[in-house]
Design a protein. Structure first.
Length: 252
C-alpha cells in the first residue's frame, strides 16, 4: 500500500544501516587492571575488566564492599588512571590525552555524584552548581540561566544563596545532582548516591537519575540498594576486582 516516494524520503532521512545497528559504545574498557602500591602491600583493586556501555544505557554496578566499585567509577570518570589496559571514551583512547585534554573531557562529558556530596562548604549552592560552567569560560548570563534551570530541576532554586552546611543531607545531594548535570554531560557517574540519605531523600535522588536516563543521559551508578537496581537496563556484578556477571534486565 505504500507508494515509492515516502519510502525514498524515509530512506534519505534515516539511512537503513544506522537505524538497524546498535550504537557504538560510549565507554569501552579492555583488560583494565588497577593496582594500588602501598608501603609493603599491593592491592589488586581491578583485574582485567572488559566493559562496554552504550549511549543511553543505565548501568548499575553492584558487589560487596571492597570489590572495586569506586575504583571502577573513578577510572571511568577520569579521576584516576589504570595500571594496565585500554579505555576508550566516545571512541577516543583516554591514554593519549594530555593532562589538559583530560580535564576538558571530564568537564564536558562527565557529571559525577558522590556518596558524601562533595560540595564546597564556603561556596553558596548557586556557586557550587556554577563551578563546572566557570571552568568552561561560559558567559555570565548563560551561566545564570543554566544554574537556575538545574536548581529548578532538583527543586532547590529557593536555596540558591544558602551554604551547603545549612542544608539537610538530602538537599545537599540534590544540589550535587544539579552540579553534575548543569553542563549537560553525556555521562552521569554516581557512586552510592543514596548511601548517606534516608529512604525518602534516597527515593528523590533516584527519581532524578531516572529522569536523566529518560531524557537520554547515559548513567553508571554504584548502588547497594536492591530497590533501585531494577530501574537500570543492566547490572554489572563485581567480585574481588573482576566482573562476574553482566545481566540484561530489560531491552536497552
Ligand atoms: P568498593 O567501592 O567496591 O567498596 P574500592 O574500589 O573503594 O571498593 O576498593 C577496592 C580495593 O582497593 C579495596 O581493597 C581498597 O582498600 C583498595 N583501595 C581503594 N582505593 C585505594 C587507594 N587509594 N590506595 C590503596 N588502596 C585502595
Ligand atoms: Mg565504594
Amino acid at each position: 500500500m505504500s507508494t515509492a516516494s515516502p519510502r525514498v524520503t524515509a530512506a534519505a532521512d534515516i539511512p537503513a544501516s544506522s537505524a538497524m545497528t546498535t550504537p557504538a559504545p560510549i565507554i569501552r574498557l579492555e583488560q583494565i587492571t588497577k593496582v594500588f602500591y602501598g608501603e609493603d602491600v599491593e592491592t589488586h583493586a581491578l583485574t582485567e575488566i572488559d566493559l562496554e556501555i552504550r549511549p543511553g544505557e543505565y548501568v548499575t554496578v553492584a558487589g560487596p564492599s571492597g570489590c572495586g566499585k569506586s575504583t571502577l567509577l573513578s577510572l571511568l570518570g577520569l579521576l584516576d588512571t589504570p595500571t594496565h589496559g585500554r579505555y576508550q571514551l566516545k571512541g577516543q583512547p583516554v591514554e593519549a590525552l594530555s593532562f589538559k585534554e583530560r580535564a576538558r573531557v571530564r568537564n564536558r562529558t562527565i557529571g559525577f555524584i558522590f556518596q558524601s556530596f562533595n560540595l564546597i562548604g564556603d561556596l553558596t549552592v548557586a556557586e557550587n552548581v556554577e563551578l563546572p560552567l566557570t571552568y568552561r569560560g561560559m558567559p555570565r548570563a548563560e551561566r545564570l540561566d543554566r544554574i537556575h534551570a538545574a536548581l529548578d530541576r532538583v527543586e532547590m532554586a529557593h536555596r540558591a544563596k544558602h551554604l551547603p552546611g545549612q542544608l539537610s543531607g538530602g538537599q545537599q545531594q540534590r544540589v550535587a545532582v544539579a552540579r553534575a548535570v548543569v553542563g549537560e554531560p553525556t555521562i552521569v557517574l554516581a557512586d552510592e548516591p543514596t548511601g548517606n540519605l534516608d529512604s525518602k531523600n534516597g527515593a528523590l535522588v533516584m527519581d532524578l537519575l531516572q529522569g536523566l536516563h529518560e531524557s537520554g543521559s547515559t548513567i553508571c551508578m554504584v548502588t547497594h540498594d536492591p530497590r533501585y537496581a531494577h530501574r537500570a537496563t543492566r547490572t554489572v556484578q563485581l567480585f574481588d576486582g573482576r566482573v562476574v556477571k553482566g545481566e540484561d534486565l530489560v531491552e536497552a
